[in-house]
Design a binder for this molecule. Sequence first.
Ligand SMILES: [Zn+2]
Length: 340
Amino acid sequence: MSAPRKLFVTTALPYANGKFHIGHMMEYIQADIWVRNQRMNGAEVNFVCADDAHGAAITIAADKAGVTPQAFVAEIAAGRKPYLDGYYISFDNWHSTDAPENHQLAQDIYRDLRANGLISTKSVEQFYDPEKGMFLADRFIKGECPNCHSKDQYGDNCEVCGAVYAPTELINPYSALSGAKPELRSSDHFFFKLSDPRCEAYLKEWTAAPGHVQSEVQNKIREWLYKDDEGKGGLGDWDISRDAPYFGIEIPDAPGKYFYVWLDAPVGYLASLKNLLDKRCIELGGDGISYTEYMADPDLEQVHFIGKDIITFHTLFWPAMLHFSGRKRPTRCTCTATSR
Ligand SMILES: [Zn+2]
């Protein structure tokens, strides 16, 4: 008889700016069925999830509710248990991307990417709210659509005519947070150099390898990964930093700069696993296996269940982050029909 399969399985982390909805549960149920099936076949599975706690949308939701982002996330997190228990979802651990394990792991991964020559900095011009004292994400800028002239449209696209544009193209832009007229200001941003030939070559290989992603997903990825006949498109560098005030993880050696939420969110899978294994080590004493030892096992399969709206993050950014920081890469990303 062959040795039992060793599986580290995750579902997409729910963003902690709102309560659970049926889309979350659908994905968990699909993943849970698969996990239970593997366990019945003798596999050793660690099935984990966490709250995705950082980012501008949470800061603003907390601000509206008159509480700190930490308190806001804690309240959302406390409301999850009845749903998970009610649907008999068999997660082994539930953690948070704001936990100390995640701060440490995200900063370690960043340092390793930087040591590998894959981090660059560049000045970026962005709208700034002088009343709130902060740079504004596209969704927090509104104004008149440059195409159809509808009022009160978002900074990235028009909900009336469907036009897509840059926030700087809006007519009479204003901050959705304060109503103030935003000013263009520049700031240094940090980038993960996905356009590096090493990343491009690696991702073409990883995404095309059998079993890593479904064939439909592979087709979609080709649109992002390959240049067209005119040599346009292909992978660009990924902006991974945001300026203070931002609820997130500080970038090492860069005061006032934080990781963009999508840099540290998938690291939350590893943080939740580490938290689980550390707790077991305490319970079991010398019989527990450490996180480092567990991840070093070449037979361990790392499987992510994700929604189709987060394919870019999981099939391009995440495998590249792991591989080029010298870590175990995912064995498979399975796309469910649901969204995050
Ligand atoms: Zn329009």
